[in-house]
Design a protein around this ligand. Structure first.
Ligand code: TYD
Ligand code: MG
Length: 454
């Protein structure tokens, strides 16, 4: 058997190396590198460092236990993202950029859960109680029975929770928490990991739910929420573009519900308001259709959602033309441009390309490919698509169009919002809809059908 080389790991950043050093090559911390002993010393070994382990009790896959109890906030946009309300004894991470509205969201959520019968404690490590109280006043929540503390000492917080026995505790934020048994500074990876671990195990043991706020740090997210993601049951990210009032709460991981579900909110002068009909909202600023503007019939989680892609194409003064994209993936844009050029013969050489999703929404679905292509070609040809038309479908590298999941839900939503036609990939079984649907199976047909002989 090949002899494995020794392995060393930094306790601050988890970087591994094959040799010991006094200072970690990766994060620069001193005296954090130590040897990691391999778990077993050989394939034949039944013991770990000489000591025998306990024989585990193995069980069947079938279960007789009930699904865990849940409490609804009574805010559909939040309850849906949680997978149908807050699960008892669960750990949730809410990540997002500083200033996006996490504290506002969680104070409002705390008040809702408290009103619905939970005992809720809100611990702020970032703001003084007076500041949180002022926010509560602005949000009209001062009557709510939420209990508040401003504290960063984890030992004191756990002692308080032990005595108070709440149903839900909110920790704002995990980066400010300080465990006195860990030597590094608050906000460091070891502190964040250890605080999250203590809170999560405490929550499981006591049957309490814990929601932890985590700031996403711009610099590589080393001490960001990433180190906590695998410990918790649910990871939600709160997103939005600066300058836009819309905020999206997106489930990235959920052990108790579907991932990829989203909730849409609007930041107002009195906190976050639910947006019940996001399609109408994301299309509200649309005037008469311009070249480059295309409405995409998308699906976010379990819900259809319409939004507008806007493209601008202009002669480039640069030798390397610009490709700028907001609200969609830059790599995917490059791919779609390449497919349009090589399969459909519409060149973009020497042209700057800008692509934007209106309203600050971020679209991740591959089904947006055809809407993007339509926006790009429409801008390139200076020809607008019909105002009453929605577009969707995935594009393959060969220029073929692939059917998108939930075709009928997309069409239904478009019809509800007053659209009367759609361009979509060919599906095996026909679609039932009141819309006039033009179905096609490749990009060449699409370009010829929509933009004629150029
Ligand atoms: P905050 O919840 O403090 O963000 P985070 O906890 O993610 O850092 O809110 C940040 C912004 O929200 C702040 O710039 C002010 C704005 N805001 C409103 O527009 N309306 C409100 O009612 C509140 C409370 C905040
Ligand atoms: Mg905050």
């Amino acid at each position: 058997m090949a002899k494995s080389s020794p392995s060393f790991q930094c306790s601050a950043c988890n970087a591994t190396s094959t040799k010991w050093s006094g200072r970690c090559d990766d994060c620069g911390a001193w005296n954090t590198v130590s040897e990691v002993k391999p778990l077993s010393s050989g394939p034949a070994s039944k013991t770990l460092g000489g000591a025998r382990g306990h024989h585990l009790t193995l069980t069947d896959l079938a279960t007789t236990s009930e699904p865990p109890p849940r409490t609804l906030a009574g805010v559909d946009e939040l309850d849906r993202v949680l997978g149908g309300g807050l699960v008892e004894a669960s750990a949730i991470l809410v990540g997002g950029d500083p200033g996006i509205g996490k504290s506002t969201l969680l104070l409002q959520a705390a008040a809702r859960f408290a009103r619905n019968g939970l005992k809720v404690i809100y611990v702020s490590g970032e703001e003084a109680t007076a500041q949180v109280q002022m926010r509560a006043q602005r949000l009209g929540l001062t009557e709510s029975p939420v209990k508040l503390a401003a504290e960063t000492n984890l030992r004191d917080i756990l002692t308080t929770l032990e005595a108070e026995n709440p149903n839900l505790v909110i920790i704002d934020s995990i980066q400010t928490m300080w465990a006195d048994n860990v030597e590094s500074a608050p906000g460091s990876v070891s502190q964040v990991r250890s605080a999250a671990h203590e809170l999560t195990t405490f929550a499981k043991r006591k049957g309490m739910a814990v929601i932890m706020v985590g700031h996403v740090t711009k610099e590589g997210q080393i001490a960001g929420p990433r180190v906590v993601e695998h410990m918790v049951d649910t990871v939600l990210y709160f997103e939005g573009e600066r300058g836009h009032p819309f905020r999206i709460l997106r489930a990235h991981k959920n052990r108790f519900g579907p991932a990829d579900e989203i909730g849409v909110f609007e930041m107002t002068g009195r906190g976050l308001a639910e947006v019940k009909n996001p399609s109408a909202l994301f299309l509200s600023e649309r005037g008469t259709p311009q070249p480059g503007s295309v409405v995409f019939a998308g699906i976010e989680g379990s819900r259809p959602m319409l939004c507008e892609f806007q493209a601008l194409v202009a002669p480039s003064p640069h030798s390397n033309p610009r490709r700028t994209v907001v609200g969609w993936d830059g790599g995917r844009l490059a791919m779609i441009l390449a497919v349009i050029e090589s399969r459909a013969g519409v060149p973009f050489t020497g042209l700057d390309v800008y692509l934007n999703v209106a309203g600050g929404l971020r679209v991740t679905e591959p089904a947006a490919d055809l809407a993007v292509a339509a926006a790009l070609i429409s801008a390139r040809e200076d020809a607008a698509l019909p105002a009453d038309c929605v577009v969707f479908g995935e594009i393959s590298l060969s220029g073929g169009l692939r059917p998108a999941p939930q075709t009928e839900n997309r069409l239904k939503e478009a019809e509800k919002l007053g659209f009367s036609s759609a361009i979509a990939p060919l599906t095996k079984k026909g679609v039932q809809t009141g819309l006039g649907v033009r179905q096609m199976d490749d990009l060449v047909t699409f370009v010829k059908d929509v933009f004629g002989d150029r």
